[in-house]
Write a protein that binds this ligand. Structure first.
Ligand code: PMT
Length: 427
């Protein structure tokens, strides 16, 4: 906490303000429970009414009295609390909340929630509430990666539970990896919907999916891209208020509603469609897995298997992203250029090279070995931009897309982003 002296001097100190967002903070038992204190404080600073529910484990790390002082409300810890109103506290709390956030959410809490257990006050009210629920997980990175936690995560995502974090970095146990609780300010921003509208009315052009390069009328050279990442980006940009044009190859899923689409098959078609749609584009995101080579002379008849071997001569396809980058300087506005890098090794190094050589503003790098990246439900991204980077940990592509869109919106908004290339600090 930044200033222990002023813990009671928060704008929301009037307790039950009628129009204040009512946030129920659930704290489960991990070392990051101490960061939940700052979250409560941050929410009150932003004008929220906050009530806190703690599990037994959480109380081993922080006392209820601390949260009582910070929230200005009694803290609930027991399911059957004779002193709390009518003994039906979980229902009253569930009805009271506009939003529920669990921070930290331990692996145990996620598992109990995924299975619908109701063996304490927090899990019981999670079953009883109809309010949106957000989890800020915190645990050792091996626990986060464990198949059991992955399964809980997938189940909860399917049920509409939102996740903020976890972040990557050094953990309380001394190990490195994804599992640190997201920063309280980031959780508060997500809860108070600071981000929807972050791309309000911006024109965003996205490429998605694979391309197919014909060998003959029935065969093609392709790749394993399902299109999921690009379609998720289109949906997330749309949700952030953007006017989205999606140029996509043959994807496994239909494009999201509410975006303009252009279906193509080959790299050349994608190239032409992108250049046609480029005018007025403010953000260009190249998530498509575009073939780098195509058969130089596709046959106009089905090739017969009369020979023992067949040599195909390949030629380069147009590099769409590089071409857009070349033209970008002449465009007004100059679009923000976001590329992807699909790498099987030396992720940071190769992505850094692509960022520089293609003159990009941001590159999102993913590992595509061992069944990762292409076709997978989850993905993880290392995002690099000139002078900065952020790891977006492994999560479903739909969620990951939301995080990447927020990052892109931050790069577009120099006023709110002190390390933006065009911000006055760096001028
Ligand atoms: O579709 P999914 O199954 O969900 O999988 C997602 C994904 C793994 C395909 C996606 O996350 C991803 O990594 N997309 C980029 C794949 C790729 O082609 O990466 P690359 O490192 O080969 O290309 C670098 C960049 O140049 C990419 O932005 C690519 O879109 C672009 N490029 C490449 C070649 C080309 N001819 N034109 C291009 O615009």
């Amino acid at each position: 906490m930044s200033d222990p002296e002023d813990i009671f001097a928060t704008p929301a100190d009037t307790g039950e303000m009628t129009d204040a967002p009512r946030i129920l903070v659930g704290v489960s038992g991990g070392i990051a429970a101490y960061k939940a204190c700052e979250l409560v404080r941050e929410l009150r600073r932003r004008g929220c009414a906050v009530r806190v529910v703690m599990t037994a484990g959480a109380q081993a790390f922080v006392t209820p009295l601390t949260f009582q002082a910070l929230s200005g409300e009694p803290v609930r810890t027991h399911l059957l609390d004779a002193e709390a109103e009518s003994g039906m506290d979980h229902i009253a709390l569930a009805r009271w909340a506009d939003q529920v956030v669990i921070a930290p959410a331990t692996a145990d809490l996620m598992a109990r929630m995924a299975h619908g257990l109701a063996d304490d006050l927090l899990t019981t009210l999670l079953l009883a509430t109809t309010a949106p629920v957000t989890l800020a997980p915190a645990m050792n990175h091996r626990m986060w990666e464990h198949p059991a936690t992955r399964a809980s995560h997938a189940t909860l995502c399917e049920r509409g539970v939102r996740f903020v974090g976890p972040d990557s970095g050094e953990q309380a146990c001394g190990e490195q990896g994804a599992g640190r609780m997201a920063e309280p300010a980031a959780i508060a921003a997500a809860l108070l919907d600071t981000h929807p509208g972050a791309l309000q009315d911006r024109r965003v052009l996205i490429t998605a999916g694979p391309t197919r390069e014909p060998v003959d009328p029935v065969r093609y050279l392709g790749n394993r891209s399902s299109g999921r990442m690009g379609l998720a980006l289109a949906a997330a940009a749309r949700d952030a208020g953007a006017r989205v044009t999606l140029v996509h190859g043959p994807c496994e899923h239909p494009p999201p509603p509410g975006v303009a689409t252009r279906a193509v098959e080959t790299a050349a078609e994608m190239h032409a469609a992108v250049l046609e749609a480029l005018e007025g584009t403010e953000v260009f995101i190249a998530s498509a897995a575009v073939a780098d080579y195509r058969p130089a002379a596709p046959a106009d008849h089905k090739l017969k298997k009369s020979r023992d071997s067949l040599n195909l001569e390949l030629e380069r396809t147009p590099d769409i992203l590089a071409d857009v980058a070349r033209r970008a300087e002449q465009l007004a506005p100059r679009p923000l250029l976001v590329g992807f890098a699909a790498e099987t090794d030396r992720l940071r190094e190769h992505a850094g090279d692509k960022l520089t050589s293609k003159g990009l503003d941001l590159i999102a790098a993913n590992r595509v070995d061992a069944g990762r990246g292409f076709g997978d439900v989850d993905n993880a991204l290392l995002c690099l931009w000139p002078g900065g980077e952020r790891e977006l940990p492994r999560q479903p592509k739909e969620q990951l897309a939301g995080e990447l869109i927020r990052l892109i919106a931050d790069r577009l908004a120099p006023d709110t982003n002190p390390d933006h290339p065009s911000s006055p600090q760096e001028a």
